[in-house]
Design a protein around this ligand. Structure first.
Ligand SMILES: Cc1cc2nc3c(=O)[nH]c(=O)nc-3n(C[C@H](O)[C@H](O)[C@H](O)COP(=O)(O)OP(=O)(O)OC[C@H]3O[C@@H](n4cnc5c(N)ncnc54)[C@H](O)[C@@H]3O)c2cc1C
Length: 361
């Protein structure tokens, strides 16, 4: 058995090295030893995955590099089972890891929504490197479909269209593409999609994915390659382990981000259903995961005892490398009419992405 022993004899384990887990480990690891469990060597940096898919991403920093200066032991493994009563985690290398305090930050993954053929024939956006490889190796892939009309689908479709001008990119949405943005924001997204030659299929719920494309409620859509960016679902381990979860499988937490059923487990990021008074239940996003991880890091380091607080300010999108959208929002994430577009929007988005990486260094 491996374990991490703190100065006080308490073992702190963080599961997951995404924005939430890494931020929590860095905060807690200032004065205490933390075992950070995640399979990857390098930061996944999910908010740049559309760039990777389009062939533009670069290698992100190693977890070890980001953990430098902290008392963090990175254990490259996957958790396969969690026993919150026994305070133990089973890893995929067959070992068991004990803990006194657990930070659960296993994030989310593509939700296939039980659409027939989706898991077999579509490529989830988080396998961006695979999409890049397939596009490099297959000149005959002339038509690409991106399923999902939300932020991830829009970023992916614009990035692919800009990087592959010889290929026909289609964006397919069950409702309106960019439907959650303000009218000005939506209009700008539509202008950029049109400029980049992306075909927009709205009110087209996908009912089946085939090797040749999609069947939808608005008719068939041809595609040589389908990338799935429809929605995300939380990692299932919390529910499997018996932590109290909401109807989406996100762990229910109190105002200190502790599981309501198992208070020695903090849950942060996409895995947690965090409700903030006056704001509501936070959406999955790097924008919410990073501050949650930072907060729990401070809590475990004794730098705060206050409840978690959060207010939204902006939503931002990259629209290829030359355009972007910064949408101002109210503290509860509802839209304000004001947007920044074009170069200003692009620079604002790039600044935020740089700040995210900076916060993890
Ligand atoms: C293309 C794209 C663009 C996006 N753009 C934005 C954006 O602009 N703004 C925004 O707010 N959000 C954006 N998001 C969403 C954002 O990336 C996620 O909400 C965010 O990554 C959640 O962070 P997290 O730390 O909770 O989990 P994740 O980033 O999902 O990290 C989960 C961690 O858990 C690890 N893990 C998984 N399973 C196991 C296991 N069994 N054992 C151990 N470790 C495990 C993973 O390897 C990883 O280290 C985007 C997502 C995508 C895909």
């Amino acid at each position: 058995m491996s374990s991490s022993t703190t100065d006080t004899g308490k073992r702190i384990v963080v599961l997951g090295a995404g924005y939430a887990g890494l931020a929590a480990a860095k905060g807690a690891g200032r004065h205490r030893t933390v075992t950070l469990v995640a399979p990857e060597e390098r930061l996944l940096h999910r908010i740049r995955q559309h760039e990777t898919a389009a062939g533009r991403g670069r290698e992100w920093p190693a977890i070890g590099e980001l953990a430098r200066g902290r008392r963090i032991r990175h254990r490259r493994a996957r958790a396969v089972a969690l026993d919150p009563a026994g305070h133990e985690i089973v890893l995929d290398d067959g070992t068991t890891l004990g803990y006194d305090t657990l930070v659960y930050a296993l994030g989310s993954r593509t939700a296939w929504h039980d659409v027939p053929g989706a898991a077999e024939h579509a490529h989830p956006v988080e396998r961006a490197a695979e999409v890049r490889r397939l596009l490099r190796e297959n000149d005959r892939f002339g038509t690409l479909a991106v399923v999902g009309g939300g932020a991830t689908g829009i970023e992916l479709a614009t990035e692919l269209a800009e990087a592959h001008p010889g290929r026909q990119v289609r964006i397919v949405a069950a409702g309106q593409v960019g439907g959650s943005y303000s009218p000005k924001g939506r209009a700008h997204i539509r202008r950029v999609l049109d400029r980049l030659g992306v075909t927009v299929h709205e009110n087209a719920t996908v009912t089946e994915v085939t090797p040749d494309g999609l069947r939808t409620t608005a008719g068939p859509i041809d595609a040589d390659l389908t990338v799935w960016a429809a929605s995300m679902e939380p990692h299932p381990l919390a529910a499997e382990a018996g932590l109290a979860v909401d109807d989406r499988g996100r762990a229910l937490v109190d105002d200190h981000l502790r599981s309501v059923s198992h208070p020695d487990v903090h849950v942060v990021g996409d895995a947690a259903a965090v409700t903030v008074p006056g704001v509501g239940t936070l959406r999955m996003g790097c924008a919410t995961a990073l501050p949650q991880g930072q907060y729990v890091g401070k809590l475990l380091d004794g730098r705060t005892a206050a409840p978690f607080s959060f207010r939204y300010a902006v939503q931002c999108l990259s629209l290829g490398r030359r355009d972007g959208l910064l949408q101002l929002v109210h503290p509860d994430d509802s839209m304000k009419p004001t947007v920044l577009t074009g170069t200003a929007g692009r620079l604002a988005k790039a600044g935020i992405v740089t700040a995210v990486l900076g916060a993890l260094k």
